[in-house]
Ligand binder design. Structure first.
Ligand code: LLP
Length: 385
């Protein structure tokens, strides 16, 4: 039996909760991203933070993408999964000496640097090794991403990046940092941006900044636009692949790239979200005074997005075709924020039924925790079960 793209009989044999990845969909998504970036000569570094499952990383690496990392361990994991160090960019406001040293030893492509003290430390550590570190300055463009406040990053006085007002003095300081080679500028305004037009003010700001750097006589070989393209959480079946053509075309039309300059991107969610689902089993149906609860064996420890960002994930009962009823779908964790949906319509559900939480491939498995001494969920793949 299959329901949608779910091989129900096979899934029934696996201990729940677990993540299930549709590898065909991931491959199709990667193919489109490759085609669209190739059209414009853009480069895509997959944002490892979205999902660092080894198989997923290996697949993305094998398609020739680079990696965007935000910790030393992400850099290590990316290299071990097949991403060449020469295609790795390393961002983050708090890179430690140990992490910078590791990245220098591996000769990564570029550090996306977020503050002056960080630049000075990279310079000092590179000097000790007799190396020159390639860096891009992460600039805070003061552009509103119109997304959840916890995942917006591009407004002024955010912890991320350099403020535009400080760029003059940063360029002055850079003159004395002999082991730093400034090769580009970097931006990321936020995540789950559903309307591509939101990126227009970013393009305008980048164009202004390009003029500024040109006036200062600074040549930039790369402009990194970060990630942020959103996906359709409401209708994953109708829109399994994000609108990459519209997204990349917008940048190609609106960015005034100088000759020889390359635009880089760091998409995470749009690459991996729709291929992943969290599969969970119904432990109990509990009837309250006015509502019924489906108590499942997955909780906020397995998928924290609903509890942390009030995020919506479509839920389906893949083992029932009975008429729909309304339920609160809740996990077993001892926190009242541990619910996935309230007053949610599901096919009538019984103990033992399998539910899937859709669009969970990004920021799902990777954000799992062991709170309540729970086991971490495992990942299974459509082509290997
Ligand atoms: N580049 C930088 C510098 C970033 O900070 C991020 C995400 C990305 C790229 C990738 O963004 P994406 O294409 O995935 O939107 N845990 C949250 C999302 C946090 C995003 C953090 N930064 C969630 O579950 O919605």
């Amino acid at each position: 039996m299959t329901k949608g793209n779910f091989p129900v009989d096979k899934l029934k044999g696996i201990e729940t909760p677990f993540y299930y990845y549709d590898i065909e969909l991931l491959k199709k998504t990667l193919k489109i991203v490759k085609e669209e970036t190739k059209k414009y000569g853009f480069i895509q570094h997959y944002a490892v933070k979205a999902n660092a499952n080894r198989r997923i990383l290996e697949l993305i690496a094998s398609e020739g993408f680079g990696a965007d990392c935000v910790s030393g361990n992400e850099v290590k994991t990316a290299v071990n999964s097949g991403f060449p160090a020469s295609k790795i960019v390393f961002a983050g406001v708090g890179k430690t000496d140990k992490e910078i040293t590791l990245a220098l030893d591996l000769n990564i492509f570029c550090f996306n640097v977020e503050s002056l003290p960080e630049l000075e430390v990279i310079n000092e550590l590179a000097a000790k090794k007799g190396k020159t570190a390639q860096v891009a300055l992460r600039i805070n463009p003061n552009v509103d991403a119109h997304t959840h406040e916890y995942i917006t990053t591009g407004l002024n006085e955010n912890k991320f990046g350099f403020s535009m007002a400080h760029l003059d003095s940063v360029l002055d300081t850079l003159k004395s940092l002999k082991n730093i080679n400034l090769i580009g500028i970097h931006f990321h305004i936020g995540s789950q941006i559903e309307d591509a037009h939101t990126f227009e003010p970013l393009c305008a700001r980048v164009n202004e900044l390009q003029d500024f750097f040109e006036e200062k006589g600074v040549k930039l070989e790369l402009i990194n636009l970060g990630g942020g393209l959103g996906i359709d959480y409401e209708k994953p079946n109708e829109n399994p692949i994000a609108n990459f053509p519209e997204y990349f075309e917008l940048f190609s039309k609106q960015l005034k790239l100088r000759s020889g300059q390359i635009a880089h991107f760091e998409l995470g969610r749009a690459i991996v979200a729709q291929c992943g689902s969290l599969v969970t089993k119904t432990t109990y149906i509990k009837h309250g005074e006015s509502k019924s609860f489906v108590i499942v064996d997955a909780g906020m420890t397995d998928l924290i997005r609903p509890a942390l960002y009030q995020a919506y994930h479509k839920i389906e009962n893949i083992t029932s075709d009975l008429p729909v009823k309304k339920y609160d779908v809740v996990g077993p964790i001892c926190e009242s924020s541990d619910f996935f949906a309230k007053d949610y319509e599901l096919n009538e559900t019984e103990r033992g039924d399998l539910l899937v939480l859709r669009s969970a491939g990004a920021y799902g498995e990777i954000m799992a925790s062991q709170y309540n001494c729970r086991e971490l969920p495992k990942g299974y793949f459509s082509d290997k079960i």
